[in-house]
Write a protein that binds this ligand. Sequence first.
Ligand SMILES: Cc1cc2nc3c(=O)[nH]c(=O)nc-3n(C[C@H](O)[C@H](O)[C@H](O)COP(=O)(O)O)c2cc1C
Length: 183
Amino acid sequence: MTYTVGYIIGSLSKDSINRKLMDALVKLAPESLTFVEIPIADLPVYNRDVDADYPEVAVEYKKAIEATDALVYATPEYNRSIPGSLKNAIDWASRPYGDNAFAGKPVGIIGASPGAIGTALAQQHLRNILAYLDARTLGQPEAFVQFTDDRFADDGTVRDAETRDFLTDWLTAFCEWAEHCST
Ligand SMILES: Cc1cc2nc3c(=O)[nH]c(=O)nc-3n(C[C@H](O)[C@H](O)[C@H](O)COP(=O)(O)O)c2cc1C
């Protein structure tokens, strides 16, 4: 089986370490996974008053999510949670009521932080939100990455074998999870 995996970077920063982590993951991905970015930077702030008439950018974003077999979120931790921009993007795809793009979708969550706990709390908040939205999040292995320059090059190449092996194992588990959810 091959799977189209939409990936969403929770950071809007041009220097995002989570983008670098995601670049690394894409470089290590097996041929069975085709990764496609689903950008969130241009989404306006969600307002339920437009539920009956979504702006074009939100229509396209939601269609992109629906077109995937699975999703991966690479999220930073902001003040012990996910960035507001990421929550905003999730809100858009969850509505209008009864038309939730996440239902049954296999989802993997990774995240990088310069700190030692590597986005653990943000990821837990993201799991809570996605559980409510009936997504199928991969439980194990968790991927809390402490981002250091000796682990990742600027172009997303992984510099050390331990990190490369960890991300490769994570990808294997994610692939099995996507397969499991689709059967
Ligand atoms: C508003 C804000 C809040 C932050 N809160 C946390 C936090 O709770 N935990 C943490 O590990 N790092 C925190 N950081 C530091 C981020 O982990 C760091 O800026 C990281 O590079 C963000 O990811 P990005 O480079 O992908 O944007 C925070 C940064 C910002 C700007």
